[in-house]
Write a protein that binds this ligand. Structure first.
Ligand code: SAM
Length: 372
């Protein structure tokens, strides 16, 4: 059966409106506050539970391998080989797979890439995904270069949570780090997101020693007036990004820097599936967080699965194993068969990642292909 745009246009507008209302009630507090019990009751198959009992209610979908930036830590200097268009998932295939995950218990989808906003059909994709019954959060990670123009429509189409990547507040450094211009456009997009009511707007900031570690407190300063959550991310190794432990600034060191400059830095309660350690600072409207994937992994609470633009399914960001969903779909597999393939891959998920030094030696894909 072909499930896709055609099929989903039949979702009633009242269903969408109710789902959107539920979404907008939720996004202010983030999906992490949704009780697990409700999620568990909602799942209709064991497909999403791995052999360690982790229930995966969060799917990240990479919509494209293309990007309008060339961030040094993400994309190799020589660029990446792009998958031929015929081997990328079609919109119908994306929606069919997403629908299958949502009917099995996924309640949060994040769109990523590459850069998701460069797709011409990004609004349509959001509209169809946000109409999936049971989906509570439709999020996007974007570099913000073209976001401010597209955001009002994207919001109308059901996008209710946003992460915007920004690694420096210095325009010339931005150009060096991303190998492109555009700093002011990203700042505009952050402000536009705040104005449109996204709360919090999450700002992803990958910290690299000698590159932007001198800006940590400048980023913290942004949270004084803006309702944003700045997320300091430890630099992670991926193919082609010349990772080196000397460039990694550990979480403990970043936090120390913040504590030296600010009084009243208070740890907030985390949810067990949180990737971030969250903090508030006295007098600041925004918050800060640390994504400590390298020095204090959070694999025990991992609830995330990944669908890549070429239709490969990945159960761990750092694990090299992938299974194609595109091939069986094009060979005519039905949903039961597809669920078996997905469920078997989920059951093979390891307890935790291999540790940063082994990850650095293991062939994986460049981050630009995986999507963060
Ligand atoms: N183009 C979009 C963007 O820039 O946000 C989405 C894709 S990007 C691969 C997703 C996230 O991964 C970004 O926030 C980026 O900063 C992060 N990222 C990429 N490479 C990374 C690395 N080596 N270590 C840590 N985070 C990384």
């Amino acid at each position: 059966m072909k499930v896709g745009f055609q099929y989903l246009t039949n979702v009633s507008s009242s269903t969408r409106a109710t789902d959107r209302q539920r979404c907008s009630n939720l996004y202010a507090t983030s999906c992490a506050t949704d009780p697990d019990i409700a999620s568990r009751e909602a799942y209709s198959s064991e497909m999403l539970v791995d052999s360690f009992g982790r229930f995966h209610n969060y799917l990240r979908i990479s919509l494209t391998e293309r990007c309008n930036l060339r961030c040094q830590y993400c994309m190799p200097a020589e660029g990446v080989e792009l998958t031929p268009k015929s081997e990328l998932l079609s919109p119908d295939e994306i929606i069919r797979i997403a629908n299958l995950f949502v009917t099995s218990g996924v309640d949060k989808i994040r769109l990523t890439g590459g850069e998701p906003t460069i797709r011409k059909d990004i609004e349509d994709i959001c509209l169809h995904l946000s109409g999936l019954k049971g989906l509570k959060t439709l999020a996007m990670t974007t570099n913000g270069i073209v976001l401010s123009k597209k955001l009002p429509k994207l919001k109308e189409c059901g996008l209710n949570a946003l992460n915007i990547s920004l690694d420096t507040l210095v325009p010339a450094k931005f150009e060096f780090m991303t190998r492109r211009k555009g700093h002011s456009k990203v700042m505009e997009s952050i402000d536009a997101s705040v104005e449109l009511g996204y709360n919090p707007v999450k700002v992803n900031c990958v910290i690299m020693r000698g590159m932007n570690d001198d800006e940590i407190c400048n980023f913290v300063e942004l949270t004084r007036q803006k309702p944003i959550n700045v997320r300091f991310i430890e630099f992670m190794p991926f193919d082609g990004n010349v990772w080196n432990v000397k460039k990694l600034v550990p979480y403990a060191e970043m936090l120390d820097k913040v504590r030296q400059s600010y009084k009243g830095v208070e740890r907030l309660q985390d949810h067990h599936t949180d990737t971030a350690k969250n903090f508030r600072i006295d007098g600041h409207v925004g918050t800060i967080s640390f994504i400590t994937s390298m020095t204090e992994h959070f694999c025990a609470g991992c609830n995330r699965l990944r669908l890549l633009a070429d239709g490969n399914f990945k159960v761990c960001l750092f694990g090299p194993s992938e299974v194609s969903l595109r091939e069986p779909i094009r060979a005519g597999v039905n949903d039961t068969g597809l669920k078996e393939i997905i469920g078997a891959a989920v059951k093979r998920k390891k307890a935790k990642h291999a540790g940063m030094f082994d990850i650095a030696k293991t062939a994986n894909r460049p981050m630009i292909h995986i999507g963060g």
